[in-house]
Design a protein around this ligand. Structure first.
Ligand code: F6R
Length: 242
């Protein structure tokens, strides 16, 4: 794992965007894996600014998001589909039909899980997967204890994750308790991974990622098994770790 240490959230966001833009320019048909949450918002802002200023094109780019809440349709403001449209897709020249997010409102969720991994495979796999990390080490919605062999699956969200995500909802009761997420194995099939980490609240997770063992009780440790992982972390996230 290669670590790029930056000053703060803004610098992380700029570096991450530069990283992604270079990949898109070099491979206009790139398959990008994308994340939601607070961490990548600044990166998406920079991608939009660059698209407007320099015309970087997403016309042939395909994206696959990591996860979605179960029970929220795409027009629900708290769905990850809505988030992605608002934060990125509506502001760049990407085709709707090339942006994929697991669907959280289909009848047969098991079929949706199989379909999603299959879809990624049919597109030749993800070239670059963007990730954030939860305070408990989750990646996607893969909570501690998730098998490293897991493909896309339905999860019961950990109380700590529901608590952390409640900030986006009117109250904690509105936060869905289940989600569909790419599994650890699905994530590790990506050819390359870019993990973004910002803020003191992620300091402990960074410590475990860098110094802890490979264990399913800390999902992000699976990244140690991947040959091509870059971490862009800010000072607060890595403070005192060296
Ligand atoms: C989002 C996702 C989650 C977040 C993680 C960190 O699609 O899969 O794993 O990356 O919960 O969230 P933030 O960035 O809000 O700290």
């Amino acid at each position: 794992m290669k670590i790029i240490e930056v000053k703060d959230y803004n610098e992380m966001s700029l570096k991450a965007a530069e990283y992604i833009i270079e990949k898109v320019i070099n491979n206009p048909k790139i398959k990008l894996g994308l994340a939601t949450g607070g961490t990548p918002v600044g990166t998406y802002k920079n991608l939009i600014a660059d698209h407007r200023k320099n015309g970087t094109s997403y016309q042939h780019v395909t994206t696959f998001n990591l996860d979605e809440y179960i029970g929220l349709s795409g027009d629900n403001k708290n769905s990850y589909r809505y988030f992605m449209n608002e934060q990125l897709f509506n502001h760049i020249n990407i085709h709707d039909s090339k942006t994929f997010i697991p669907r959280g409102i289909v009848k047969d969720m098991q079929a949706e899980c199989l379909y999603y991994d299959d879809l990624i495979e049919k597109h030749g796999g993800i070239d670059l997967q963007l990730l954030g990390i939860g305070q408990n080490g989750h990646i996607g919605f893969n909570e501690p204890g998730t098998s490293f062999r897991s493909n896309t699956h339905v999860v019961q969200l950990a109380p700590s994750t529901i608590q952390a995500n409640a900030r986006f909802f009117n109250n904690i009761e509105e936060v869905p308790t289940k989600a569909i997420t790419m599994g650890i194995a699905s994530i590790l099939r990506s050819k390359e991974i870019l993990l973004l980490v910002s803020g003191e609240s992620k300091n402990d997770a960074m410590f475990k990622l860098l110094n802890g063992e490979l264990t399913e009780s800390f999902p992000a440790s699976a990244l140690k098994k991947h040959p091509y992982v870059t971490i862009i972390a800010d000072k607060a996230a890595v403070a005192g770790l060296k």
